[in-house]
Ligand binder design. Structure first.
Ligand SMILES: C[S@@+](CC[C@H](N)C(=O)[O-])C[C@H]1O[C@@H](n2cnc3c(N)ncnc32)[C@H](O)[C@@H]1O
Length: 213
């Protein structure tokens, strides 16, 4: 179902809370029980377990579970949806105390620190206006550590035009990296065919970027 695009932090929170309330953490189209590409990239990039990692718009994703299982010690999950964060915290139980939870809207957030790894799966592609992408880039630039790595995954050029009723921008790796230039260099790419809980295939583009020196 298509819906009015939420453009304020309050509207975005209401939209995403409603999605998670209605579908449940493992009923949303982007659910994955094992974040295969994320884990592959952590290995490929040789991210140390002491690295500071933020899952930006992590929602109720199990990425955080896998990071904790791999003994990463400095993990932050930021999301505008309180419902999603509470689902993830409840799932993790006592282990959730090892996570920094940030209930924030990325457009209403000034990072208090810089992260070694910025991970965004299926958030950036909702930014359909130029000024939204510029605002995101400003936040990213103030939140990424020198020498850090940025992982961004969006629907690819042949992916769906909408997600959870909202329009998205679809990218190939070159086009996606172009958005982040000249402040970031392209380090690596991946293609993924994500299988939704309903059995649909959604092609994703992944890029790894590093701040330009
Ligand atoms: C399609 S879901 C992807 C969730 C997660 N990254 C994953 O791969 O499972 C998009 C997520 O971004 C969050 N989100 C959307 N807009 C946001 C914003 N402006 N600030 C913070 N989080 C946002 C939503 O609440 C939702 O959890």
């Amino acid at each position: 179902m298509r819906m009015n695009r939420p453009t304020t932090p309050g509207d975005r929170a209401a939209h995403w809370n409603s999605v998670y309330d209605t579908k449940g953490e493992d009923g949303v189209s982007w659910y994955q029980s094992v974040p295969t590409v994320t884990l592959d990239l952590l290995d490929a990039l040789r991210v140390r377990t002491s690295a500071s990692i933020i899952d930006l718009g992590g929602g109720a994703s199990v990425v955080v579970d896998h990071l904790l299982a791999r003994d990463f010690t400095d993990v932050t999950v930021l999301d505008v949806s309180k419902v999603a964060l509470e689902d993830a915290e409840a799932r993790l139980g006592p282990a959730s105390e090892r996570v920094h939870w940030l209930h924030r809207d990325v457009f209403d957030w000034a990072p208090e620190r810089r992260f070694d790894l910025w991970h965004d799966r299926a958030v950036f592609h909702f930014l359909i206006e130029e000024d939204e992408r510029e605002a995101y880039l400003q936040v990213l630039r103030s939140g990424i550590a020198p020498g850090g790595r940025v992982v961004v995954a969006t629907f690819d050029a042949h992916g769906p035009t909408h997600c959870s009723g909202l329009p998205v921008v679809r990218y190939g790796a070159t086009e996606l990296a172009q958005i982040f230039a000249p402040h970031f260099d392209l380090v690596d790419t991946r293609s993924e065919e994500h299988l939704t809980p309903a059995g649909l295939v959604q092609p994703f583009t992944w890029v790894v970027l590093s701040p330009s020196s």
